[in-house]
Write a protein that binds this ligand. Sequence first.
Ligand code: F6P
Length: 550
Amino acid sequence: MNADGRTRLNQTPEWTALAKHREELGEVRLRELFAADPGRGTGYTLRVGDLHLDYSKHLVTDETLRLLHALAAATDVFGLRDAMFGGEKINVTEDRAVLHTALRAPRDAVIEVDGENVVPQVHAVLDKMAGFADRVRSGEWTGHTGKRIKNIVNIGIGGSDLGPAMAYEVLRSFTDRDLTVRFVSNVDGADLHEATRDLDPAETLFIIASKTFTTIETITNATSARDWLLTELKAGQDAVAKHFVALSTNAGKVSEFGIDTANMFEFWDWVGGRYSYDSAIGLSLMIAIGPDRFREMLDGFHLVDEHFRTAPAESNVPLLLGLLGVWYGNFHDAQSHAVLPYSHYLSKFTAYLQQLDMESNGKYVGRDGQEVDWQTGPVVWGTPGTNGQHAYYQLIHQGTKLIPADFIGFAEPVAELSDGLKAQHDLLMANFFAQTQALAFGKTPDEVRAEGVPEELVPHKTFKGNHPTTTILARELTPSVLGQLIALYEHKVFVQGAVWNIDSFDQWGVELGKVLAKRVEPALSEGADVPGLDASTTVLVAKYRELRGR
Ligand code: F6P
């Protein structure tokens, strides 16, 4: 029994039934499943918005899906979903509501936290962002010397960096190409150096993005950026107002830093860091693509929110994706999940999902405070597809690990490409389809032999197949489609956290390292004694100081 009175997840009849079903299925072959059901390619598909989802190449039968849905019902995934959309404080360890869905709600929606409708605040900030973005884009907002702003540098880390940095790459072809937009996150001074070394400070706007405005990496970089700007411009503090704006929930810390709170774009404690890029945290993106495109993106998010909130279980796409992850992680011992986009513009997409998924579901303690004794979140990894094909796909095809993968592709190349480059798109997508086919169906020894391959090479050239993949296909990559994709993954992560009974919205696991870094820093810089420092770190710190000639 859980501390909250619920039956332990892995003792529920629904879990036991899935375990038994897994045993009965044994080494079920995708070749057999397709042979037995010629309609599988059309039957095992779903649609949400512009996204066509094919899950036919999964090691599942109708019975598997029935049992997974029974598990979702038993764990009351939809009950928790409704509590989230309703503004209840489902982030139990921080006693907070979880309402990133309110960030993309239409103007007339009513969503209450502690009895207050938060939608008007959301739209007031969006309007303020739009006004500012327009002024920067039009050249009306100038720097301290009167020069037009041509460079935007977002300084933030984690959720205050990964979202806008990823989305800027994804939507590059929609951006104002006259603007240079860069993202600095690493406290390694090299990051800020490379981002600013060729910029004219008089034309540069720094956006300091930090929910708490206490994150040491961000505040350190922001301070260095301010020093750089004031030194280069030979200006006093008054120049800060024209070159620094803040995105934060912490007005006190923002003004302490020297940024006028009139130039602060706020969000709220019911927006988790990794769920924040469609809040004020997206300001750099909004400046790059313009407020209208940003709104289209929010509408894409909202479309999938509504689908998740209202679609029946059988056609609910995030629910399905979450349950498939449970199937592999808990019943096939899969440890990781690959996300493989066939779009150059999605080069940072998987890095973004790593925080979304791993910071949310990398937990061994349940919502009831008890340790779980089932697997939780997977390692999420991947890079754009064709590059991966010439690197790590070998292991997915012929390695010893089961790695479920999502393949994401688009029918149309982006409009901006020349006709010659657009012609390459069929080749890109041929690779996409070939890979999911090879992963699913492999190549039997007999098929290899039939090609005249010498017997000693047959085992090497055989592909067992049976590697599960989801295909997500859309016509084209637009701001709306990006919003749809991100919301899809957000809710997939939600579903898994609900099934595993963990709090997907806290992140206590990052705290210890932060505290220890603060303790160790004086030892590195001043040789200060750190009481209780372990023997290994003591020697390493001494070695570091020796190497630095201290
Ligand atoms: O890594 C922990 C974390 O709190 C993330 O959840 C968050 O996105 C990141 O740090 C940055 O935090 P902040 O926006 O407060 O600077």
